[in-house]
Design a protein around this ligand. Structure first.
Ligand code: XUL
Ligand code: CO
Length: 441
């Protein structure tokens, strides 16, 4: 089938219209050339559109099927449909004027009759991407392999009890990693998908952890072999789809990386809704990743305060997002990473325009949050409060306690000799929260 000449009700790239405008087809806060802390907004935020939610997901939920009825989802020739989908995807990238996109192999091309044909299908569509990217500004933030949808992955990919699934997964990742490299991708993502288990009664846990560590090493070895300079990212997520996910949160992933000897090789892609499902805030996960030296990129979205699953909604909360942006700025910003909208419109939002406006709104939320975060950083009052709280550690005798050579004995002797009598001081949380709200705009 042929895609309609134009799917979306806009053609030209959307522009900045300013905060007072009510024009839905324009950005109120995202002014890509505006300098923020000396860097263009576009280069700070590095927005990406996710292929899966926007072009592959049909709008189903556990009780009902497809609502979107996209023309590229219906027809006999699956490769022709995949090509039509690519046309629509690049139409949206152009309208939104985003610098990046992201995809899974299965989002862009159908499975073939066997593994070889499936990989070839991905390559064929990637070649179309390469041609389209020549005449478009959009670049690839990351590619990834879908190692979770097909029933062969029901018991995991790298951690599957069946070694043939391990080998199949290796073949799929090799293909997408190479395609990502050829398309100039800046990162490659491994989301654990079904790397976890449902019950210990049928699970050899240490064996699965070893399989996972070996798989990660194989991927990193291949990255170096093909000369891929991008970053390998793991995306933590708790409890979904398997009850016990090995990649639960940033701290857990760091432990896995240390076990695999990869903590200097692999970073994390932190997703907002995954953080909250793990019982953390988004900013906690970003700050933890930065503290451990593994912050890479983010999947931007939000969950639902009442639902205990991954609702993947477009972000609407400027204040929450500002706290996340503040941690990203404090970490020095992205290097190869970016802000990928791993977000989907609600299943009743069936109009093409809903897809455009969801992204516009979310980009504005992030831009506004970035401005607030930049003010927080530039003003320095928050950092000053933290510095004051730890000021005691600047004293020579206190610094010495953390140095090699210090002993529990010597510290104990000094504590007694000085007759230490520590007096608690206020953590000033509400004062700092009020300070933060003074930056909101
Ligand atoms: C699943 C999820 C994935 C990853 C890529 O919750 O977030 O889409 O981002 O596989
Ligand atoms: Co994600």
């Amino acid at each position: 089938m042929n895609a309609p000449a134009r799917f979306f009700p806009a053609d030209e790239p959307l522009r900045y219209v300013g905060p007072l405008s009510r024009d839905p087809y324009g950005f109120r806060w995202y002014d890509k050339d505006q300098l923020v802390l000396g860097k263009r907004m576009e280069d700070h935020l590095r927005f990406a559109v996710a292929y899966w939610h926007s072009f592959t997901w049909p709008g189903g939920d556990p009780f009902g099927g497809e609502t979107f009825l996209r023309p590229w989802m219906h027809g006999a020739d699956e490769m022709a449909l995949a090509r039509a989908k690519a046309d629509v995807a690049f139409e949206l990238f152009r309208i939104l004027d985003v610098p990046f996109f992201c995809f899974h192999d299965r989002d862009i091309a159908p499975e073939g009759a066997n593994l070889k044909e499936s990989n070839a299908n991905v390559r064929a569509i990637a070649e179309i991407f390469a041609r389209k990217m020549e005449s478009s500004k959009v670049r690839l933030l990351w590619g990834t392999a879908n190692l979770f949808s097909h029933r062969r992955f029901m018991s995991g990919a790298a951690t599957n009890p069946d070694p043939d699934v391990f080998a199949w997964s290796a073949a799929q990742v090799k293909n997408v990693l190479e395609v990502t490299h050829e398309l100039g991708g800046e990162n490659y993502v491994l989301w654990g998908g079904r790397e976890g288990y449902e019950t210990l009664l049928n699970t050899d846990l240490p064996r699965e952890l070893d399989q996972m560590a070996r798989f990660l090493n194989l991927v990193v070895e291949h990255k170096h072999k093909i000369g891929f300079k991008g970053t390998i990212l793991i995306e933590p997520k708790p409890q979904e789809p398997t009850k016990h996910q090995y990649d639960f949160d940033v701290g857990t992933v760091y432990g896995l990386l240390c076990r695999a000897g990869l903590e200097k090789e692999v970073k994390v892609n932190v997703e907002a809704n995954h953080a909250t499902l793990a019982g953390h805030s988004f900013e906690h996960e970003i700050a933890m990743a930065a503290a451990l030296g593994i912050f890479g990129s983010i999947d931007m979205n939000k969950g639902d305060a009442q639902s205990g699953w991954d609702t993947d909604q477009f972000p609407t909360n400027v204040e929450d997002t500002a706290l996340a942006m503040y941690e990203i700025l404090r970490a020095g910003g992205y290097t190869t990473g970016g802000t990928n909208f791993d977000a989907k419109i609600r299943r009743q939002s069936i109009d093409p325009e809903d897809l455009v406006l969801a992204h516009v709104g979310a980009m504005d939320v992030c831009a506004r949050a970035l401005l607030i975060a930049a003010d927080m950083l530039e003003d320095g009052a928050l950092q000053k409060a933290v510095d004051e709280r730890y000021a005691g550690w600047n004293e020579p005798q206190n610094r010495a306690m953390l140095r090699e050579g210090a002993s529990l004995e010597a510290i104990a002797a000094r504590a007694e000799a000085d007759d230490l009598d520590p007096q608690p001081r206020s953590g000033r949380q509400e004062r700092l929260e009020t300070l933060v709200s003074s930056y909101f705009r």
